[in-house]
Design a protein around this ligand. Sequence first.
Ligand code: IMP
Length: 427
Amino acid sequence: MPALVLLGAQWGDEGKGKATDLLGGSVDYVVRYQGGNNAGHTVVVGDQKYALHLLPSGILSPGCTPVIGNGVVVDPSVLFSELNGLNDRGVDTSKLLISGNAHIITPYNVTVDKVTERFLGKRKIGTTGRGIGPTYADKINRVGIRIQDLYDESILTQKVEAALDGKNQLLTKVFNRRAIEVGQVVEELLGYADRLRPYVADTVLVLNQALEQDKVVLFEGGQGTLLDIDHGTYPFVTSSNPTAGGACTGAGVGPTKISRVIGILKAYTTRVGSGPFPTELFDEDGDALRRIGGERGVTTGRDRRCGWFDAVIARYATRVNGLTDFFLTKLDVLTGWEQIPVCVAYEIDGRRVEDLPYSQTDFHHAKPVYEYLPGWSEDITKAKSFSDLPKNAQDYVKALEEMSGAPISAIGVGPGRDETIEINSFL
Ligand code: IMP
């Protein structure tokens, strides 16, 4: 059954855009199932570089239908500016489908995100400030606004009233901000309705029918496993489920339909925002990874925190997602180190721990236990097959594969579409 999930196996920014785009030419549908414009995919096609935040990467592949599933949160103004940007560059975006059940990131959700972070001070999460958490909070509190609500003004007004009731109390009495007017919000939201209408569809039906007809459907995760609200480093996480199960709830397909779950794994580790990160480097190696790997957020422009590869996390990602394969990205960034440390376990209060600790306290105390693998200095960006890689690079990949618990089926050796070594086909 040709339904694949492709997701981040670390803290996001593993290079998912490239992996999705690589498959994009041979898949019929690319579906986002969670998150919103907090994501950032960079896709390089020829000499063109595209930065996508909300739209599925499949939008760049002619013949592929991009889908925004019910589990995604949509900021219409961001959606339109992303569509305009692509249209200006000649990309056809007319096939896009958006679930009527997807929730809308309203202007007050963005305000609440920013105000809450400021209020948290040094305990802040380091969110992207795009209103993601407050929008999911409204969804769970059953005061969210869905895309379908834009087509019934009376319902929309009642829902915005319900959502703003408590929030205005908070904004004025706790955060010392001005109250937000219902009428103004309703007017802004209604202003999006006409342009959105052609894209709105029953995406659950569309995707299930596509699967019945043996079409290839790719579910594209935003963020990464360790940012999952349930399985990540809570509370330093995003507010949705990037892990594989999220594809089922966020797109409305049953788990029996998923045939393959591919984890995107960077050859080293990065994270943005706050929270524990055992292999984080604060020295010139960290600076070098950041510089060579171009580790700067596509969405926020923030420098990413950088560290060595962490096999404990990779093993955890294999388990919690049921990964069938890995796509190892950015191997070329590691060229030039004499020795490359790889974290094989943690030391926590004097104990050696092989698996991700379930207690937040333990994870905060985890110190990496490193094994040192020999590096390579040869340029690997032109490698087309595994055997083209220098012996030490081959051994590095094999060691990661063994430690991580799933086969590495593709390796990224440069940012371009063709700078990839395919070992096993994903389709
Ligand atoms: P939020 O998703 O904006 O609520 O931010 C919550 C946490 O997830 C913060 O640490 C963000 O930096 C992080 N985050 C959100 N989206 C991404 C992403 O696409 N890549 C990496 N980190 C992300």
